[in-house]
Design a protein around this ligand. Structure first.
Ligand code: F0G
Length: 429
């Protein structure tokens, strides 16, 4: 069995691997998985990443996607993963988008996590989280969600044959995500409240009813999500980029990706970590406020509001980890308006052919804003134009088709005649 500890980031308390625990029982701090890094063979991490199958997939030894990085995951070599072939998403070089955001060198890359099987990055975390749920022998899994977490969990629970319970804020979740949760058999509740209310309720329920909580407060989820860092570093010949930009909601993903880069550096595989750059919406920006005011903790926002429903969160559970990731990496947090998000969503779609949901476009909108702020003299935290930057687009366009129809020109209705179509076609040409 691989040696690792579940440790409180605040007071250092340790918990057994067999224990079901999400936050520290002593001080309430967030937990993190810690390995004995002196025991991990860096050579094996790099070699293991070479895609291939060790033994038969049916024996649980498939090494693909997230599971290429078993050396840095909290499982024994023989553990059979619950998997839907997550990870190994494309990393696109985006020269036209670079021009749009004002990065003159064109060293802009987009890691499109919307191309995971369920359409969001959540699959990376769920493959690890649900594999742990099976190992623990839990009687069911649960989450609160702005949509993507529930869609992903419903799929993995179906794969594992586990009952799945999902709490969604009523009327606040994009339709594609609700459709996924219901078709895959989750029991879905539409809660009269917002996401923060849903998370509060589901956390209490999980404690009392012995259901396994799979929100990003669960440290095993973050172990899966950190593998994005490994894929990015690998793509650059085991070098970290200068900066990684991504949307921040419950603040799990930025913490996870940072942990991935820190582990690579610690093992001597890379020699730097990227500046972690977190983007929130103007109407839901507790992390940005805390960062700019130099505070270690956030002040929750009562009524978060933005068209980017995935990140409409006022009280992010992983804020402490995220703020540390941003500060330790010399990164920055910034907020963007709904208009800026929409503009970036359209730019990604039309300049690069990358279809994303609004929350994902926040990364590109934030980058554009930071580059503009860096015009002339570059100040600390702002973006230097020679940087190699990776934007993470977290969710697929088809998650939220209603929003697209609202912002784009609607299809033109015509008679089924060649001339009728031609007349319309040539209009304004
Ligand atoms: N982008 C998308 C598409 C998301 O669905 C989320 C979070 C985020 C970004 C933010 O990631 O929470 O790790 O900071 N969605 C969660 C959910 C909250 O319930 O689906 P984070």
């Amino acid at each position: 069995m691989k040696e690792y500890e579940v440790r409180c980031i605040k007071c250092g308390a340790r918990f057994a691997k067999e224990e079901v625990v999400y936050t520290c029982r002593h001080c309430g701090g967030l937990l993190e998985i810690k390995y004995d890094y002196s025991e991990i063979d860096a050579e094996r991490v790099v070699k293991g990443a070479v895609r291939g199958v060790e033994g038969k997939a049916s024996e649980g030894k498939a090494r693909r996607g997230v599971w290429r990085f078993r050396e840095l995951l909290p499982f024994a070599e023989e553990t059979a993963p619950v998997t839907i072939n997550e990870g190994e998403t494309p990393l696109y070089r985006c020269e036209r988008l670079a021009e749009f955001v004002g990065l003159e060198t064109g060293e802009l890359w987009v890691k499109h996590e919307g191309l995971n099987p369920s359409g969001s990055f959540k699959d990376r975390g769920m493959t690890v989280g649900v594999t742990k749920a099976v190992e623990l022998g839990v009687r069911g899994v649960a989450c609160a969600s702005t949509g993507n977490t529930s869609a992903s969990l419903a799929i993995f629970a179906a794969r594992a044959g586990l009952p799945c319970y999902v709490l969604l804020p009523r009327g606040k979740v994009a339709l594609g995500k609700v459709a996924q949760a219901v078709i895959h058999g989750a029991r879905v509740f539409s809660l009269r409240g917002n996401f923060d209310d849903a998370l509060r309720v589901v956390r209490a329920l999980c404690e009392e009813e012995r259901l396994y909580l799979l929100n990003s407060v669960n440290p095993y989820r973050l172990e899966g999500q950190k593998t994005l860092a490994f894929e990015v570093a690998e793509a650059f010949g085991w070098q970290a980029p200068d900066r990684v930009v991504l949307p921040v909601g419950n603040a799990g993903n930025i913490s996870a990706i940072f942990k991935g880069f820190v582990e690579l550096k610690r093992l001597g595989i890379t020699d730097s970590v990227p500046k972690m750059t977190g983007i929130q919406a103007e109407g839901a920006k507790p992390v940005v406020r805390a960062f700019k005011e130099g505070r270690a903790e956030i002040v929750p926002e009562e009524k978060p509001e933005t068209i980017a429903s995935a990140i409409r969160i006022g009280d992010p559970v992983n804020a402490a980890k995220a703020l540390q990731a941003i500060r330790d990496s010399d990164g920055v947090a910034e907020a963007v308006t709904d208009e800026e998000i929409t503009e970036a969503q359209v730019a990604l779609a039309r300049l690069e052919g990358i279809g994303v949901e609004p929350a994902s476009a926040a990364s590109v909108a934030g980058l554009k804003k930071l580059v503009a702020e860096g015009e002339g003299e570059i100040e600390e935290g702002e973006i230097e134009k020679g940087e190699r930057v990776v934007c993470v687009t977290t969710g697929h366009l088809l998650k939220d088709p209603e929003r697209v129809i609202k912002i784009c020109e609607v299809p033109t209705e015509v008679d089924a005649e060649v001339d009728a179509v031609r007349r319309q076609l040539l209009k304004g040409v």
